[in-house]
Design a protein around this ligand. Structure first.
Ligand code: ADP
Length: 538
């Protein structure tokens, strides 16, 4: 993150502070300098292709994207990645921070935006990088008090105007970075603006080894150094923190007049940086790590054993954003979701808290996000989908989009019934979750241990512990049903006894590409079923 904007003074007030980084030749950063982040790199490689070879896309009538949003915690390499795009494509790189736009005098922000884009268009093809976009891009009108936000809004409006103004084939690609995508104005994310979001996360163990290796290239070390051990000692460190460790270690060695940087220098550097990080919070202690592992292994164990729960792809206990652990599941494509699927989903979502209660004997705030999702889902089942026996076939959702305002469309009595049903459903699923965990306690413990040592587990690890899931995924099922002749469709044999009665899935002809991962972390709610209406204000 570059904050040393160029010369100022009152006279250059309206001038963009964007700097051209290729003044002394092209940007030298390439993908080789960016360690880990393989998913983000794959996504962003496409932008490099656009820049190198625009014709190939436009000849076919394709539209080149105008912008992408890089989302992730500070120091994870967003700026680095944006620079690498410019370096790989060999185009100029303009960079500015959102906070620079709104810095000083009224009216300056908008004119800076105009100026930045004028410069960029002259140099196209090029990359414009806007760091801390949330400084300008926060949702408008949320804070109606006074005109304090006018300046920011003007700047944002100008930015939107500029983005809409240039053709998508002008060769200017805007990359913006933020760690708070959730607070951004939705207008920014609309098609033709930042319509792609690329997630950049804190590195896991393997990625930390890779990042250490990138930064150790420049440092003279001796054989005593154990990179893997260093990576193990630095959970929760960002790429920037690791770069810092390497630099600090070199300084410590120099202070001791050494000729190379040794293991002990690195250990001292790690200690020093942890000291700084602890103040910033977020470093997980062993005890916390254990608790997170128990929680995440709870989700994983249960989803493995439920017919309709989404199959797991990856679970990690590396802190991510505000979330402490995270799990990825492959949501199966469904147009219609049977109530059993909602209950299974609820049960596995409650699995984290259930595991805490069962295996740690105490519960924590770590499940707040899970509980929110479960509560919304249960409320939707009762009040929107008419799935409760006590209140069958009722839907209090108004698809006309009109808000009921403060009055509820039902009586106080009914409200109590709804609340009672919501509680009952959630309690039942919580008890079910605990029961499944009791049955598979040793597997769960094994899973949690693997998580603690390796920080991340994949489908294969879970399969290794619990065995194959007795059900084919619905996606496979659809695929198979196309190949197997009607009538002799094989039923999986070893069906778990506690599963709800199987519902014949409706056949969907085009449901075979469900490869988007979903993050059960704090920032990104698992998508609700497609028919799920928003929950109205109560
Ligand atoms: P962000 O923009 O996400 O806040 P930066 O890109 O500014 O983070 O990262 C700061 C520095 O940290 C980089 O210049 C680089 O030295 C180091 N760094 C961060 N992530 C990585 C990574 N994935 N690989 C190598 N170095 C990294």
């Amino acid at each position: 993150s570059n904050k040393d904007g160029g010369g100022g003074g009152v006279f250059s007030v309206g001038k963009s502070k964007a700097k051209i980084f290729d003044k002394d030749g092209p940007i030298q950063v390439t993908f080789k300098d960016v360690a880990g982040l393989s998913e983000a790199k794959t996504e962003i490689e496409e932008i490099v292709e656009f820049l190198k070879n625009p014709q190939r896309y436009t000849d076919l009538g394709g539209k080149i994207p105008k912008g992408a949003l890089l989302v992730g915690p500070p120091g994870t390499g967003k700026t680095l990645l944006a620079k690498a795009v410019a370096g790989e494509a060999n185009v100029p790189f303009f960079s500015m921070s959102g906070s620079d736009f709104v810095e000083m005098f009224v009216g300056v922000g908008a004119s800076r935006v105009r100026d930045l884009f004028r410069q960029a268009k002259e140099k196209a093809p090029c990359i414009v990088f806007i760091d801390e976009i949330d400084a300008v891009g926060r949702a408008r009108g949320r804070n109606p008090n006074m005109g304090a936000n006018d300046e920011r809004e003007n700047t944002l409006n100008q930015l939107l105007t500029e983005m809409d103004g240039f053709g998508s084939n002008s060769g200017v690609i805007i990359l913006a970075a933020t760690n708070r995508a959730d607070i951004l104005d939705k207008a920014l994310m609309r098609a033709g603006r930042f319509d792609r979001q690329i997630y950049v996360d804190l590195p896991d163990l393997n990625d930390r080894v890779a990042i250490f290796n990138v930064h150790l290239r420049k440092i003279k070390t001796d054989d005593s150094l154990d990179v893997e051990l260093l990576a193990r000692q630095t959970p929760g460190f960002s790429g920037a923190d690791i770069a810092n460790v390497c630099n600090e270690a070199a300084l410590i060695a120099a202070r001791h007049n050494k000729h190379c940087v040794q293991k002990q220098d690195f250990n001292d550097a790690v200690d020093r940086i942890i000291g700084g990080l602890e103040k910033r919070s977020k470093i997980t202690t062993d005890e916390e790590k254990h608790a997170i592992a128990i929680h995440e292994a709870g989700h994983a164990t249960i989803s493995w054993h439920l017919r309709y729960a989404s199959p797991l792809i990856k679970v990690t206990i590396v802190p991510r954003g505000k979330a402490l652990g995270a799990a990825w599941y492959l949501p199966e494509e469904r147009q219609i979701t049977p109530s059993e699927a909602l209950l299974d989903e609820m049960c596995s979502t409650l699995g984290g808290r259930a595991a805490e209660e069962l295996f740690l004997g105490r519960i924590s705030t770590g499940a707040a996000n899970d509980l929110e999702r479960v509560t919304k889902l249960a409320y939707a089942m009762v009040a929107y989908y008419g799935m409760s026996d006590k209140l069958p076939n009722l839907c209090y959702y108004d698809s006309s989009g009109q808000d009921y305002g403060f009055s509820k469309p039902y009586s106080e009595e009914r409200a109590k019934n709804i609340d009672a049903e919501v509680s009952r459903i959630i309690n039942e699923q919580y008890e079910r979750a605990k029961e499944i965990l009791r049955q598979h306690a040793s597997g769960h413990a094994e899973l949690a241990n693997v998580l603690i040592t390796r920080e991340v587990i994949y489908t294969e690890d879970v399969e290794h512990i619990f065995g194959k899931r007795p059900w084919v995924s619905r996606t496979d099922e659809i695929f198979a049903s196309r190949q197997i002749a009607e009538g002799d469709k094989a039923e999986p044999e070893d069906v778990k006894h506690d599963e709800p009665a199987a519902v014949e899935p409706d056949k969907q002809p085009d449901a075979d590409n469900a490869d988007q991962a979903s993050d059960s972390g704090e920032n990104d709610n698992k998508p609700l079923p497609p028919t799920m209406p928003p929950v109205p204000k109560k």
